[in-house]
Ligand binder design. Structure first.
Ligand code: PEP
Ligand code: MN
Length: 377
């Protein structure tokens, strides 16, 4: 047993002795029927890659009138699937009542969902229900990007004597542009790892991506960051799933995804390289932000183009260009940026801006069939 600054942890390698990392937890978002759970378990078992079978029984849904899970009766389906396949089983608990039902049934592992981690009252209630039982517990990050809240939930569970404890990174909720269902914000699990280096962290690409085509990249990124395992949703007929259909994949596709991952060995000097990873994620963040800002700037350029088209103005305005060059060079100098670099950068930016304006203006001022002189030549 290793002692971290404030967590008592049992290394993940000892949870299921003999299993090699990364640990893979898979199964449907929701248990739907006994046959579905059993068939999923059989096909996951057949991949040879899965260590634990998951299925949600009590489903926290964003909007009412969605399928809210089969509840307690699904526990028997999980146990039957375990009996047949030998896979340990896990489900999400959100209340002390769920914990009690799972413990009575003999579920092998529990996880706390993102909507529960946000609420310290709920986490404490679950922790209290777990007093004196050493069952493995995984704690998903809270919906909001709050590292302290995630750490607090892990501490509450650990303090009642749960030493097989791990975190699950499932991304963070946000409002706006949607590449990911939940933004990964890798810097947060990285900061967690930096605080508690011995805490095992899983990644849940399914809830980060919300769609199948991004899963492999996110899973690979998690492996590259040294996460100990993955939770990935799988379903025998993903498109017909009663919840989270667009992010689920078949057990066979899951097997393929896992086999396609590159498992690079740990770096020889983890201290130094963790730092490098943190810095690079920081750079990624800035680059992402810069690109987003450039895109926004281009949209404004297009509006300028529309204005100019309306008023029959040329796209290029030398006075404005000189003003841009002068002010930006001064701003760059004040921030110790090379003027040369900023000049090149501005030229590129300005060229692209003029190009976008011109496209808009040509669209607007397109000659009509009637006035098209070329037809008279
Ligand atoms: C789930 O795992 O199906 C789930 C509801 O996850 P999360 O708590 O991450 O939204
Ligand atoms: Mn789900």
């Amino acid at each position: 047993m290793s002692t971290d600054s404030s967590l008592q942890l049992q290394p993940i390698q000892t949870w299921w002795p003999g299993s090699t990392l990364p640990l893979l937890i898979s199964g449907p978002c929701s248990a739907e029927t006994e046959e579905q759970v059993m068939a999923t378990a059989r096909r996951l078992r057949a991949t040879g890659n899965v260590h634990v079978l998951r299925a949600g029984l009590w489903k926290p849904r964003t909007r009412p009138d969605s399928f809210e899970g089969v509840g307690e009766r699904g526990l028997q389906w999980l146990l039957a699937a375990r009996d047949e396949t030998g896979l340990p089983v896990t489900t999400e608990v959100a209340t002390a009542g769920h914990v009690e039902q799972c413990l009575r049934a003999g579920v092998d592992m529990l996880w706390i969902g993102a909507r529960t981690t946000v609420n310290p009252f709920s986490v404490q209630e679950i922790a209290d229900a777990l007093k004196g039982v050493n069952i493995p517990v995984l704690v998903k990050n809270p919906l909001n990007a709050d590292l302290q809240l995630w750490m607090g939930a892990l501490e509450r569970i650990n303090r009642v004597g749960i030493t097989r404890i791990a975190a699950i990174h499932r991304g963070f909720s946000f409002y706006g542009e949607k590449r990911y269902r939940n933004r990964p914000l890798w810097e947060i699990p990285i900061a967690l790892k930096a605080m508690w280096p011995n805490l095992p962290i899983f990644c849940d690409p399914s809830h980060i991506c919300g769609r199948r085509d991004l899963l492999t990249d996110v899973a690979q990124q998690a492996m590259d960051l040294g996460m100990c395992g993955l939770m990935l949703e799988s379903h025998i007929t993903p498109d017909q799933a009663w919840s989270d259909a667009s992010q689920q994949i078949t057990p066979e596709a899951l097997g393929q995804l896992i086999r396609s991952l590159q498992l690079r060995s740990a770096v020889p000097d983890p201290q130094k390289h963790t730092q490098l990873g943190i810095l690079r994620r920081e750079i990624d963040k800035y680059d992402e932000e810069i690109i987003r800002l450039i895109a926004q700037r281009m949209l404004v350029s297009e509006r300028v183009g529309e204005y100019k088209a309306e008023h029959y103005m040329q796209p290029f305005d030398v006075e404005r260009w000189n003003e841009i060059r002068e002010t930006r060079s001064r701003w760059a100098r004040d921030l110790d940026l090379s003027e040369d670099f900023i000049r090149h950068y501005l030229e590129q930016l300005h060229n692209e801006s003029i190009r976008r304006q011109t496209i808009v203006m040509n669209e607007r001022n397109k000659p009509t069939q009637h006035s098209d002189l070329s037809s008279h030549t």
